[in-house]
Design a protein around this ligand. Sequence first.
Ligand code: FRU
Length: 440
Amino acid sequence: NMYKEENRPLVHYTQRRGWNNDPNGLLYYDGEYHLFYQHNPYEREWGNMHWGHAVSKDLIHWEELPVALYPDEHGTMFSGSAVIDYNNTAGFNKGNTPAMVAIYTADQPQKQVQCIAYSLDKGRTWTKYKGNPVIDSFDKWQSRDTRDPKVFWYAPGNNWVMILNERDGHSIYNSSNLKDWTFQSHVTGFWECPELFELAVDGNPDNKKWVMYGASGTYMIGSFDGKTFTPEAGKYYFTSGAIYAAQTFTNIPESDGRRIQIGWSNIDHAGMPFKGTMTLPTSLSLRTTKDGVRLFSEPVKEVEMLQTKAFDRKDLTVQQASKMLQPYNNAGALRIRTTLKLSHATSAGLNLFGQRLLDYDMNFNRVNGVFYSPEDRTSMEITVDIILDKTMVEVYVDGGAYAYYMERKADPNNKEGFHFWGHNIEVKNLEVYMLQSIWK
Ligand code: FRU
């Protein structure tokens, strides 16, 4: 393990030192997943934004690379995305090497403008475009909140689409060359870090819908014609907002076909020279529920490469289940998948040293205090996938219908370890895996 620090997460990405927030420029290219991110290299607080950079061959083990984008005369480097310009639309390609193009916000004291930069060496070194900025929409919106461009190739129109947060929502722009952008439309009700992508409903390629979301994890489902997103309904959420500013990968091979997402969590790893954490990559899907079509988010299957099974048991009492977990009370990283069956419409959950990892209030439809409407409101069961790391806990509920994250904080006065609680509950299933460190 290259890192020896006590509070360095074992299975979540953190940089050597300094601050991180939003994942940026998520992209797969030529055998590598790229994770760029908002980064302050000098302090473990937000400010002085750069684009940090890490690469992975498997979405799990990351190698930190030198800073990708430095502040320049246009501003500091705020969030954005990256694409591969296979058709040389911008003219940055060299021979057979297509340019990797980053589209990002430069933050200035008075306004925020959109800029581009390109790399011909797989994101290692970058050249800023001399014609920057490519969008300055301050006058139009009379607002300095114009930021976080997410760009993708729109095959039906043979052009680039940008979704950009502007003042009170998300705007759509089109371009043929990544340099000249034309405003098309705007949807209100979102804030920061826009996303827009298409997904099959229930895996059916003949029934696809578009998803638009913002930084807080609220989303709308609808249709998109290349210029306008038309929502079918109001906003839903796939997370309590503790995961923020998520983005999905561009350029995932069609043979894979997944829509893979990474989000950010503001975790303060006590005593460490770094702050902030990337969530585990998750795979997104649209599924039909009793309430309608909803977005689900579950950890990617690659996480399993870190697992060693500790045990897998069925039909336990809470006492038996709690007891079986005692040897893992102080585990650095652990995955617990469990289904609780309630006998009354009351509450049930799982604590660790007094911290409520799961607190399901069936009577009021709440999980850890937040309203959660399960797919089947009459089901007496709840299923959770808990990923426990040194300083952070991620919890995916009912196959990823809802997810939340928290800092791992044992109550020093509580000696209880893992503890299932609830009135007459049954632990129908309890699978426990030890997780290996991702740091080699
Ligand atoms: C979201 C955000 C973005 C912005 C970035 C700056 O967390 O505020 O809107 O680009 O962080 O670091």
